[in-house]
Design a protein around this ligand. Structure first.
Ligand SMILES: NC(=O)C1=CN([C@@H]2O[C@H](COP(=O)(O)OP(=O)(O)OC[C@H]3O[C@@H](n4cnc5c(N)ncnc54)[C@H](OP(=O)(O)O)[C@@H]3O)[C@@H](O)[C@H]2O)C=CC1
Ligand SMILES: O=C(CO)[C@H](O)[C@H](O)COP(=O)(O)O
Length: 480
């Protein structure tokens, strides 16, 4: 490729970087790339990139030289120190107005720090969440860019071209300044954890309490995916149950070790929610369930110590169908809680950092391309269109109308799991979140009284708010 002709540079030709390079090139843009591993660079150059407008360079200086000005460089490298290292490789060759984009799963606080440091040097920085995995990156991801507004405006044509498309337009929108894009991506992943956990629990209940086999499970998930619960995660779940191990003929999923790994974005969501004081129990359950799953050896010992629940086995067909319908409704209501918690967390961060995030736009760009794309996002989007300042999705009258008739089934599903000894961290946490949120009066009056008794932490009176914080000598009063 000749000098200064490439529209964008891509750094990191791993799974996501190589797919995005191909996607961008397919839309008519010239791509310059650099990958620190020469072997990986060579494999890509000789393979998928062959004959395409993708020029791979041996060092950062050469790649920068091939870019039109102002330069645009998309980093698709492992989050954490590798991003700082990559930035250092390019800084000496960049000038004012050039744009650096971090498309990895970086922590939003890192992005805030990097944006401030680069802005101070006159460079523009974009922290962009990318979701959709390898196929999404190749054929249309959901993109969540935050940072420099002028940089976004210049990148917009490329981003809109490569993003997934829905009836609501391309799945990309400017999220807000500094770390806003990576914050929204982090919460996307938190919701992903929550919804994956809910699906796993429903699967477990159908397997253990109803005795359904892989093909029956595939049919149930397929049927659900044709209705209100339609989502990418349900679609792939049905597919997974149809895959058989060639050697044994067994469903492959049954042979997968039940120990879930995690790269950290779910944990960050939970940690950040705690920092911002936003309850996210469905998401937390997704993180906790992965942690418990990782204690495999201990679980094996405990399973021998405590007998399995007695109710395991196949139930009558009519009962199976009724319970499956209850599980469908419980899953729907619980998923709404996961989205409600995620949206409330984004709202809190937007207020805290003054990001001005439009929640209806967030829901819109999640409708396609990303891992949590789902039919219900239309309803989420409409709720925030009706009321941009909605404190919680559950307060939207249309969402409330959806949840009200699901409550009976939701409670029956959780009760069944509890009675049968099938763990349901996510479903139970979601129901408890809902019940707590809809309770005008909670038992935290007692918590306050206890705090005041043992630590003189004071309390407020519900009947006399004008008194402010007061203290009672509870021990003395009890003895009188
Ligand atoms: N895979 C997915 O589904 C998704 C991934 N992401 C995020 O995108 C980013 C890239 O992910 P993905 O393409 O899957 O990862 P890969 O492991 O396929 O590629 C990682 C890239 O980062 C580079 N890298 C790794 N360690 C270092 C280091 N110490 N210093 C400099 N560069 C380093 C690698 O270089 P080298 O080849 O030399 O090791 C490689 O280019 C990550 O932040 C990931 O979280 C976002 C959405 C979805
Ligand atoms: O960002 C993603 C999807 O949007 C990644 O697939 C995600 O990082 C997977 O997370 P984990 O490995 O923790 O399950």
């Amino acid at each position: 490729m000749e000098q200064q002709v490439a529209d964008i540079g891509i750094v990191g030709l791993g799974v996501m970087g190589s797919s995005l390079a191909l996607n961008i090139e397919r839309h008519g843009y010239g791509v310059a790339a650099w990958e620190r591993d020469p072997q990986l660079a060579e494999t890509f150059a000789a393979g998928e990139a062959r004959g395409k407008q993708i020029a791979i360079f041996k060092d950062p200086a050469q790649m920068v030289h091939a870019l039109k000005r102002p330069r645009r460089i998309l980093m698709m490298v492992k989050a954490g120190p590798p991003v700082d290292w990559t930035i250092e490789q390019f800084i000496p060759y960049l000038e004012g107005d050039d744009i650096l984009i971090d498309g990895g799963n970086s922590h939003f606080e890192d992005t805030r720090r990097r944006a401030a440091a680069l802005n101070a040097r006159g460079l523009r920085y974009i922290g962009m969440g990318v979701s959709g995995g390898e196929r999404g990156a190749l054929f249309g991801p959901s993109l969540m860019p935050g940072g420099s507004r002028s940089a976004y405006d210049e990148l917009r044509p490329i981003l809109e071209d490569i993003a997934a498309k829905t009836d609501d337009g391309p799945c990309v929108a400017y999220i807000g300044p500094d770390g806003a894009g990576h914050f929204v991506k982090m919460v996307h992943n938190g919701i992903e954890y929550g919804v994956m956990q809910l699906i796993a629990e429903v699967y477990d209940i159908m397997r253990r309490a109803l005795g359904l086999g892989a093909e029956e499970l595939a049919q149930v998930f397929d049927r659900w995916n044709a209705g209100a619960l339609q989502s990418f995660l349900l679609e792939i779940t049905a597919k997974i149950f149809r895959v058989r191990d060639r050697e044994t003929g067994q469903p492959l999923v049954d042979l997968v070790l039940d120990r879930a790994e995690q790269k950290g974005t779910g944990k960050w969501t939970t940690q950040t929610a705690l920092d911002l004081g936003v309850p996210t129990p469905t998401i937390d359950a997704g993180v906790e369930a992965r942690l418990i799953s990782s204690l495999k050896e201990e679980r094996v010992r405990a399973a021998r110590l405590f007998e399995e629940a007695a109710n395991e086995g196949r139930r009558e067909i009519n009962e199976r169908e009724r319970i499956a319908q209850d599980l469908h409704d419980a899953l729907y209501a619980s998923e709404l809680c996961a989205y409600a918690q995620g949206m409330s967390l984004i709202r809190a961060a937007s207020n805290e950092f003054d990001w001005g995030i439009d929640l209806s736009e967030v829901a819109r760009i999640w409708k396609g391309g990303c891992i949590i794309r789902a039919r219900l996002l239309d309803r989420v989007k409409n709720a925030y269109l009706r009321d941009k300042g909605l404190p919680n999705l559950l307060l939207d009258p249309e969402i409330a109308r959806l949840i009200i008739p699901l409550q009976g089934a939701w409670r029956r599903a959780v009760s069944l799991a509890v009675n049968d000894g099938v763990p349901c961290l996510g479903l139970a946490a979601s129901l408890a979140y809902f019940d707590s949120y809809r309770s005008e009066r909670l038992p935290q009056n007692l918590t306050q009284a206890q705090r005041d008794l043992f630590g003189a932490h004071t309390y407020e009176r519900a009947d006399k708010p004008e008194l402010g914080h007061i203290h009672t000598d509870w021990e003395r009063a009890a003895d009188q």
